[in-house]
Design a protein around this ligand. Sequence first.
Ligand SMILES: [Fe+2]
Ligand SMILES: [Fe+2]
Length: 368
Amino acid sequence: MKHQVAIVDANAQHREAVADALLSFYTVHPYDSSVNAITGMLLSPPNLILVGQRVGTSSGATFIKELRRERSLSALPFIFIIDNEDFRTVDLIRDLGITDYLVKPYHRSALINAISKQLNGRIERSWQDLPASQRKALEGSLTAFNSVADEIASGNPLPLRTITESCSAIVDVVNKEEFGFLFHKIKDHDNFTYVHSLRYSTFISLFGKAIGLPKEQQVLIATGGMMHDIGKMTIPRALLNKEGRLTPSETKLMHSHVTTSQKLLSTNESIPKGVATIVTHHHERLDGSGYPRGLRAPELNQLARMAAIIDVFCALTDRRPYKRALAAHVAFETMATEMQCQLDQELLHRLKEILLDSADTAGAPPPA
Ligand SMILES: [Fe+2]
Ligand SMILES: [Fe+2]
């Protein structure tokens, strides 16, 4: 579920503005004074703390020093939010050894990005302790994923080779049956589209292995998996994380991620057919109820059917701010009963056998 963020600030207006801005992403705990904050946080430690320039009757800097004296809270990441970037404040920040801070007025997106960066930084640093093959799969895929976002922003072709190389590392982990460790190490990562794409890429390559594809083909479909939702990078995060029903215009915008992905792919001269099939067809359904084209069973080949099954399975078992992750066996039950006419049941049954055979399919910690 949602990460917990504390805002410690004497300024009630700022506390409310922060709670409002973070509503769809995090559970916010507001505190007006250092006593209330330390007491509350000792009972229920947050994942990150936002500290305003005034805390109770003293300063945010004093609060940060108090926080560092509290053993169980001292290692928590925090972001200092200052009113002005004047010399005195900048000196104070430097003396406290703070490198990351925000200056008012800041954009909501700057706040959300700063929080994500801190939360993810801790998780990504923990990857250092993994065996080389797993570290390569995670670091490589995250770098590739971020470089996709950079290339999209600068209007360049997609870095297909970098993505394929990172997917080759994922396939190595899958073939060694170690993917449960990957999922454990990304389960709290805050970039939901990356986590979804990594899980997708892992599951579809496992599916490929089970139907007898050679490694080269597994890497190709893993690459399609990593890129299947790249069009979502152009959709506002608030909409991607929205709780509850979408309005018709929001649904239209969400659905547009498939055509956006196709457009982005077209900037590359040679996109392998398998990659294009996954990107284009993963929301099509056998009964014609899918999008963007409402294709029916005879028009959907085996890979398109696998792509649809993996997308639904990942969506149901992913953790999102607005919902809990379903256990793998519950997801399969839902897909077999409620989506009988939409998904290829024979392939679904095959996936179920492979996945329920592998421990830890939905991302729970691997056995010690
Ligand atoms: Fe999608
Ligand atoms: Fe997806």
